[in-house]
Design a protein around this ligand. Structure first.
Ligand code: SAM
Ligand code: DTB
Ligand code: SF4
Length: 314
């Protein structure tokens, strides 16, 4: 039985383990639940870019910060389909579509439902991240056959108010509940390297692992510092601390996919290799995340080759 009653002190104890002991424990949990030499590939597409009314201090798409980003309206179906076919040809098994909305309108949800059906027809799993949802909107997405909804808690409840003021932690938990109730799988994680303390990283992971069910997918993002956002000034964390965070996530949510998400362009190949050793078993593949760069596909494939990792087809 997976554990859902993590106390902050227990999580902090994991973070404080000697590195070798932590990695050993994470690798053991990983091997009990997954093939350790397989990594799942997801592809990300921004289907609606910029102009977002929220004030998330890390985000280049918020209207509150001047990041020089050109906003784009919702992408037409044909363009989305072309990107999905390309992703499939490149070996991706899941196609994730992100929109810079606070919360989509009913009409926008219907439009995204059409995109989901079309992408599924190409033989890809679908994931979308659209902001806050109520029961009706989650139901519409479930009926379109959506497999995963990404909605991050981002950080600990204590640090949250320093990062976002335009929606509450509870709003996020409510959306996650609606997604779960509609039978859609949950993709939920956060961002580290935002000037938070280790206690906050532990607090984020405790929130995730203490949800009624563990998210099927847990993206751990290293903050991408974008000029113009308040976050560009913040102090980051070392790669070792990032790897520790991945390892603790793996131990606490042993059967979830832990995704090494944003921030890989700032990591060394050795740092990424240690993330896989610590239990990360999913990445975003393709040269762009939503608005910022990601490693080139061939660089990722070369790293996989060197590590004997097979991209998964499941
Ligand atoms: N607007 C929707 C929302 O916030 O739920 C969906 C899109 S939003 C860009 C998706 C996630 O991207 C955020 O929750 C955040 O965790 C992540 N993100 C955004 N900017 C980032 C950055 N600069 N570095 C790392 N992760 C980032
Ligand atoms: C997630 O946790 N990370 C992805 C995905 N979910 C949508 C987004 C990362 C965005 C990084 C900044 C950007 O490219 O705009
Ligand atoms: Fe908007 Fe999402 Fe960016 Fe926050 S993270 S500003 S909600 S696009």
């Amino acid at each position: 039985m997976a554990k859902h009653d993590w106390q902050l002190d227990e999580v902090k104890e994991l973070f404080n383990l000697p590195f070798a002991d932590l990695i050993y424990q994470a690798q053991t949990a990983h091997r009990q639940n997954f093939d350790p030499n397989t990594v799942q590939l997801s592809t990300l597409l921004s289907i609606k870019t910029g102009g977002c009314p929220e004030d998330c201090k890390y985000c280049p798409q918020s209207i509150h910060y001047d990041t020089g980003l050109n906003p784009d309206p919702l992408m037409p179906l044909d363009d989305v389909l072309a990107a999905a076919r390309n992703a499939k040809a490149g070996g991706a098994t899941r196609f994730c579509m992100g929109a810079a909305w606070r919360s989509p309108t009913y009409s926008q949800v219907n439009q995204v439902a059409d995109l989901i059906s079309a992408v599924k027809d190409e033989g890809l799993e679908t994931c979308v991240t659209l902001g806050m949802l109520d029961e009706v909107k989650t139901q519409t997405l479930a009926e379109a056959g959506l497999e995963y909804y990404n909605h991050n808690l981002d950080t600990s409840p204590d640090y949250y108010g320093d990062i976002i003021t335009t929606r509450t932690y509870q709003d996020r938990l409510d959306t996650l509940r609606h997604v779960r109730d509609a039978g859609i799988k949950v993709c939920c994680g956060g961002i580290v390297g935002m000037g938070e303390s280790r206690k906050d990283r532990a607090g984020l992971l405790a929130q995730l692992a203490n949800l009624p069910e563990h998210p099927e997918s847990v993206p751990i993002n290293m903050l991408v510092r974008v000029e113009g956002t308040p976050a560009s000034e913040w102090e980051g964390i070392s790669q070792i601390e990032f790897i520790r965070t991945v390892a603790v996530a793996r131990i606490m949510m042993p059967s979830s996919f832990v995704r090494l998400s944003a921030g890989r362009t700032e990591m060394t190949l050795e740092g990424q290799a240690l993330c896989f050793l610590a239990g990360a078993n999913s990445i975003f593949c393709g040269d762009k995340l939503l608005t910022t760069p990601n490693p080139e596909k061939n660089e990722d494939m070369q790293l996989f080759e060197e590590l004997g990792i097979t991209p998964s087809v499941a």
